[in-house]
Design a binder for this molecule. Structure first.
Ligand code: PMV
Length: 325
């Protein structure tokens, strides 16, 4: 019987921003993330000779051809590795709180890599799964692992994959501040491309990354959350600064993102350990101690509703589940 495969989302503390090779999604820089328990995707794949086309059913809704794009990239690679031609039905359930507006490409494409390879009878190592997930969406390469993972950029399909760094079995968590603003979205793919091609700040970003990564790994091994948070916050700000230098310029920040960032700085003045990071969207993720999650949530209640504040703790890597729950 075909099983469901579950992958959790991850948030980068050292961001991936820019591709060396667009077709194979080889990044310009190494990145490092924390996989989280709060958001995940369950996926099942069935290769079926009666199908004329690949199908993607996401949260019980049949998706159109453009949504199938990334999925087919992974399916084609699996078919080629397994030597099969059959079309596939992909059924996926995103467990992301409604209204969260969070991108789920990391968990979605990682779960797909696991489910499709399993359905095709391949038994892939974590490294092979990471490479397969990567060609669907770069950040998905890191969701194969629980805890902290580093995506080592490599230089081609075979050398670009994530490796586990630390199980994160210590007092670290994240509070998601969900900001729903009707801004026109620039996808991470388009945003990266525009930044690499036009932003004079991009080289400065790249030049500063080796040190950020080295310092981050040292901070993780020392379990020093102040260091982890402050390096992550600076790294995110640098990434977002590159978008302002692009032509045409853009930003993922909204007024509410700024409100959340200011609130985090205020928390620090009150002696809380709290730092923020942001991705290709307006939501703010607060890096903090698990033991202070509830307190910090209380402090933010005057500014945000309960639905906007979601607690997350370190989550597991890719695994099988009996059925989607
Ligand atoms: O893999 P994508 O296309 O979802 O790109 C992710 C880019 C960032 O979230 C901004 C950074 C990262 O490393 O996850």
């Amino acid at each position: 019987m075909t099983k469901w495969v579950r992958a959790h989302t991850n948030i980068a503390l050292i961001k991936y921003w820019g591709k060396e090779n667009e077709e194979w999604i080889i990044p310009k820089n190494n990145s490092l993330s924390l996989t989280l328990d709060a958001f995940y995707t369950d996926t099942q794949v069935i290769f079926d000779k009666t199908l004329k086309e690949d199908e993607l059913i996401l949260d019980n809704v049949m998706q159109n051809a453009s949504a199938l794009n990334k999925v087919q990239r992974v399916l084609d690679e699996v078919r080629s590795q397994a030597g099969i031609q059959l079309k596939a039905r992909v059924e996926s359930k995103n467990h992301v709180p409604t209204a969260a507006g969070l991108a789920s490409s990391a968990s979605g494409l990682a779960a797909l890599a696991g489910a499709a390879s399993q359905a095709a009878g391949l038994s892939l190592s974590d490294t092979e799964l990471s490479k397969l997930a990567r060609i669907g969406s770069g950040s998905a390469s890191r969701s194969i692992y629980g805890g902290f993972a580093e995506w080592v950029k490599g230089h081609d399909h075979d050398s670009s994959f994530a490796v586990p760094v630390d199980d994160a079995d210590w007092d670290i968590g994240m509070l998601f501040v969900i900001v729903n603003d009707a801004v026109k979205e620039v996808s991470s793919r388009d945003g990266m491309r525009r930044t690499v091609e036009t932003s004079p700040f991009y080289q400065g970003w790249l030049d500063s990354l080796d040190k950020d990564l080295r310092d981050m790994k040292a901070a993780i091994s020392e379990r020093d959350i102040e260091k982890v948070g402050s390096i992550a916050e600076r790294n995110a700000l640098k990434m977002h600064a590159t978008t302002l230098g692009a032509n045409p310029p853009f930003t993922y920040w909204t007024a509410e993102s700024m409100t959340a960032m200011t609130a985090v700085r205020d928390l620090r003045k009150q002696e809380y350990t709290a730092y923020f990071t942001m991705d290709a969207g307006p939501n703010v993720k607060i890096i903090c101690r698990q033991s202070q999650l509830t307190d910090i949530k209380d402090k933010l209640r005057p500014l945000f509703t309960d639905d906007q504040l979601i607690e997350a703790r370190p989550g597991p890597g890719l695994h099988l589940v009996d059925q989607s729950q």
